[in-house]
Design a protein around this ligand. Structure first.
Ligand SMILES: [Zn+2]
Length: 255
């Protein structure tokens, strides 16, 4: 599939705008499922010479038509016998050419820039964006979050259990003297636990993780943060709720 295949089947009527002398391109995109039909204008007032026939579409005809055939091909058709239409410098009645062909209109060989016309038309189509990389971001976030939570849990258990351990060893040492060493060891572990908890970087890491999400778990098109949506929920959405770009994901293929 090539970049502009969504234009396949669309035919443009091209000519001089009768009012302002710009290039007028009449396009009807409804056949491609886009609710848009009407004229597009290119160039400045009076920039198109009178040797280019007027574009009177949709009521009337124009200088030439260009149909998008898909696979980066177009069909150029000269619409009036008295006209001259050139494709890559060759006078043309009707001709299939590449999408990047040079189209000149009229005896003065006015260059119709098909590339900029095609680009302009493409802006009416919703952009398709792949969001597969966001699964990696989501998975990384959860892995980091779990590891922080696990470490905090371990430290809490260490610190809270040590008091009971030392107390028990203290009582035990009254009847069995070597238990005093258990108390000493218990206290040492307890102190180590407290120091570890005081110097623990969990809060800082949680903040950094949040920042990482805000910077990376975002729409590749508009950059908005997908706050509160797991990747599973996100990949089931048909499009970005912020910019309308169509989502594409191998994790939830749509047919
Ligand atoms: Zn977006």
């Amino acid at each position: 599939m090539s970049a502009h295949d969504n234009l396949k089947g669309i035919t443009l009527i091209i000519g001089r705008d009768p009012d302002k002398g710009k290039l007028k391109v009449y396009a009807d995109l409804t056949a491609a499922g886009i609710d848009k039909k009407g004229p597009l204008f290119f160039g400045t007032d009076g920039s198109v010479p009178p040797t280019v026939s007027r574009c009177l579409a949709p009521q009337g005809s124009g200088h030439c038509s260009i149909e998008y055939l898909g696979d980066n091909k177009i069909k150029v058709t000269n619409l009036k016998d008295a006209n001259a239409t050139y494709v890559n410098g060759t006078p043309t009645i009707t001709r299939v050419a590449d999408l990047n062909a040079r189209i000149d209109l009229g005896a003065d060989r006015y260059p119709a820039n098909l590339q900029s016309i095609t680009e302009k038309l493409s802006t009416f189509f919703p952009k398709v964006i792949n969001i597969d990389h966001l699964k990696d971001v989501w998975d990384e976030y959860n892995e980091q979050r779990d590891s922080i939570a696990k470490r905090q849990r371990t430290l809490n258990i260490l610190v809270s259990s040590i008091g009971i351990f030392s107390l028990g060893a203290g009582f035990l040492s009254r009847i069995w003297e070597p238990a005093i060493w258990l108390m000493v060891v218990g206290l040492a572990i307890g102190i180590a636990g407290v120091i570890m908890r005081v110097t623990d970087k969990s809060n800082q890491q949680t903040k950094e993780l949040q920042q990482y999400m805000e910077d990376n778990y975002v729409c590749p098109q508009c950059g908005q943060y997908f706050q509160g949506w797991s990747f599973n929920v996100l990949s089931k959405k048909p499009k970005c709720p912020y910019c309308g770009a169509t989502f594409e994901s191998k994790h939830h293929p749509r047919h």
